[in-house]
Design a protein around this ligand. Structure first.
Ligand SMILES: Nc1nc2c(ncn2[C@@H]2O[C@H](COP(=O)(O)OP(=O)(O)OP(=O)(O)O)[C@@H](O)[C@H]2O)c(=O)[nH]1
Ligand SMILES: [Mg+2]
Length: 235
């Protein structure tokens, strides 16, 4: 299996190089790391320049620069997935909030038969780490409701950090351009009969730069997604 790592990045110039260096050093991935696709989106800082510089130094690093009027993490991930050529896709955040050794554990779970594996902060053994308590309670509570409504077998569908078979990206129609793409993929994959799994992880505070997540607005959007339990939109 070959892994395409997709990194959505907006104003992450300070985080990008240390993240890419840590990723290529990640022992557990050994020969499985096929490519890293950085998707820059209208960054006002040097994000694109740093990404291009890293791409010049390592042939596995590719850069997509989004233009046009729309921007958002979901749009960036969707563009990255279209460009990806590996048999597996990982979503990794550019702000170094993800625990990188969890990646190999997720890939192992897919080799064991799962289709979509979440890095889970809220399953036994996982930890919200440095995530603020309010944000953690809201996101954990959201998955509790989704578990109850959909019969989901996992405990953390709001964490974007995950690995899945690239076939999912081809069969599931994703519509969100914002952070809600995380629960959208989870709910639609489950509803389409894909096998969901999870491994414990811990969360780190962003290492530099500014947050782009607007909590109240996103919780409203996440709640709206729960309608998929009652109506069929796309797959
Ligand atoms: N390409 C792209 N990436 C984005 C956009 N908005 C956010 N991101 C990236 O998506 C990831 C998550 O965004 P964050 O701002 O860290 O959101 P968060 O984790 O809820 O907030 P923090 O508490 O600051 O970590 C980061 O890698 C961002 O750079 C965007 O509009 N376009
Ligand atoms: Mg973050």
């Amino acid at each position: 299996m070959t892994l395409s790592v997709i990194i959505p990045a907006h104003n992450e110039a300070e985080n990008l190089r240390p993240l890419l260096e840590a990723l290529v050093r990640e022992d557990g991935l050994a020969g499985r790391l096929h490519e890293i696709i950085v998707v820059d989106d209208h960054s006002a800082d040097a994000t694109a320049a740093v990404a291009e510089e890293c791409a010049g130094q390592d042939a596995r690093v590719r850069v997509i620069r989004r233009t046009g009027s729309e921007r958002g993490m979901g749009f960036a991930l969707r563009d990255g997935m279209q460009a990806a050529t590996g048999t597996l896709i990982a979503w990794v955040m550019a702000d170094r909030s993800d625990h990188l050794p969890t990646l190999a554990a997720m890939v192992d779970r897919i080799e064991g038969g799962d289709d979509l594996v979440f890095a889970s902060r809220y399953m036994p053994g996982g930890s919200r780490g440095e995530l603020e308590p309010l944000k953690a309670s809201l996101s954990a509570g959201y998955t509790v409701i989704a578990r109850w409504l959909f019969g989901l077998p996992v405990h953390d569908i709001t964490n974007a950090y995950r690995v899945f078979r690239s076939e999912l990206a081809r069969t599931i129609a994703l519509t969100r351009g914002d952070f809600a793409i995380s629960p959208e993929l989870a709910l639609k994959a489950h509803r389409s009969g894909f096998r969901l799994g999870e491994v414990p992880t811990t969360y780190y505070r962003r290492q530099a730069g500014q947050a782009k997540f607007k909590m109240l607005r996103m919780m409203a959007v996440y709640t709206w997604l729960l309608r998929y339990r009652f109506i069929r939109t796309g797959r």
